[in-house]
Design a binder for this molecule. Structure first.
Ligand SMILES: Nc1ncnc2c1ncn2[C@@H]1O[C@H](COP(=O)(O)OP(=O)(O)OP(=O)(O)O)[C@@H](O)[C@H]1O
Ligand code: SF4
Ligand SMILES: [Mg+2]
Length: 332
């Protein structure tokens, strides 16, 4: 299978003057991450708040340079599309605008991501106007079709976002993202502003669309049960690093990295817990990304940390079953 996105040695450092930073401080939000996403795969990105999930996916879609003056991004990100490999951190702005059609985002809060002055029809047609040569009639036909595919009635076409429920707004956000027929859909915590019952419906919608469009999906969620339900693969992040990555079925049912074990132990889902052989309680807070531990990033909270962990960072290494884990003491 082909990789749609290939990220290598990606590091993102926010400059002084950013959120919660004092003058002169630098914050490493993503640290030397290497990750590929194959065509048709759904990859979940999990981890506690502040672990760098949003920064990683925004970088993957080359969105970070906007609204983050002075951010320092090093490494490579390739988008493979149209039979070419595009080095998206190093291409001219005009070319990047063309490529945006291939990587579409769905954001956490549909209230702030939909323009309140546009009708639903105009919102869904906007990317078609921008990225395709469709005429007015064809755009309307496609918008109505997308409304149907995302489980919405056609009569919403002329309505405004303030007339819709949260779940309907998120479906509109999904329809808009699908309109230019992207290669990759990136959803950053798209459920967290929705009621639990609506969350279940939107998960169902993602599952259906994933199959219908053979989508490559990158799905950010702090909720491991959602990741397990929706994704084939998972990358578990902590303090800007991936600590474990592999098939969801392997990583979530039998985690090998001490951080993944602790994270899974903290999931408040009874049936999940029943299968757990051992419990690790995740104590304390994630350290400041401004003053990161010198060795393993998890050493200050890891229940099995040894001297080596405080001095030397472990590499993300393949285990026998093909998953990757960054731990000096991971056993296959
Ligand atoms: N624009 C910014 N300027 C400075 N620091 C930032 C900026 N955006 C994020 N950060 C910091 O970078 C780190 C990673 O943030 P990020 O939002 O990527 O994490 P996250 O895993 O998505 O968290 P959450 O689950 O809360 O959304 C955090 O310490 C955050 O405070
Ligand atoms: S390297 Fe050490 S601190 Fe890090 S996860 Fe493994 S045992 Fe824990
Ligand atoms: Mg986030």
């Amino acid at each position: 299978m082909n990789n749609v996105i290939e990220i290598s040695d990606l590091t993102v450092v926010y400059p002084s003057g950013g959120r919660r930073l004092f003058a002169g401080e630098k914050l490493t939000a993503v640290d030397n991450v290497t990750l590929s996403v194959e065509e048709g795969v759904s990859l979940g990105i999990a981890g506690e708040s502040g672990s760098g999930k949003s920064t990683l996916v925004k970088a993957a879609g080359n969105l970070l340079k906007f609204g983050n003056p002075g951010v320092n991004i090093t490494g490579k990100i390739f988008l493979n599309t149209d039979g070419k490999k595009h080095d998206i951190l190093n291409i001219p702005g005009g070319k990047m605008k063309e490529l945006r059609k291939h990587v579409q985002f769905i954001f956490q809060d549909p209230n702030s991501s939909l323009n309140p002055r546009l009708t639903v029809g105009e919102i869904i047609e906007e990317p078609l106007r921008y990225f395709s040569a469709c005429g007015k009639t064809e755009r309307k036909e496609k918008a109505l079709k997308l409304l149907g595919m995302t489980g919405l009635e056609e009569d919403l076409y002329s309505r405004y976002p303030h007339e819709l429920s949260g779940g309907q707004k998120q479906r509109i956000g999904i329809a808009r993202a699908l309109a230019p027929e992207p290669k990759v859909l990136i959803a950053d915590e798209p459920l967290s502003s929705l009621d639990v019952s609506v969350q279940a419906q939107i998960i169902g919608l993602f599952k259906k669309l994933k199959d219908e469009f053979n989508l490559t999906l990158i799905f950010v969620s702090h909720d491991l049960s959602v990741v397990e339900n929706l994704c084939n693969e998972v990358a578990v992040m902590y303090l800007g690093k991936i600590l474990e990555q592999g098939k969801c079925s392997a990583v979530l049912s039998s985690p090998k990295n001490p951080y993944t074990k602790a994270l899974i132990s903290s999931v408040p889902v009874p049936e999940y817990r029943a299968e757990r052989k051992e419990r690790t309680v995740l104590q304390g807070d994630i350290p400041s990304p401004v003053n990161r531990p010198a060795g393993c990033v998890f050493c200050t909270r890891c229940p099995v940390a040894a001297d080596l962990c405080f001095k030397t960072p472990p590499d993300l290494q393949p285990l026998e079953d093909g998953r990757l884990s960054a731990c000096h003491f991971t056993q296959s």
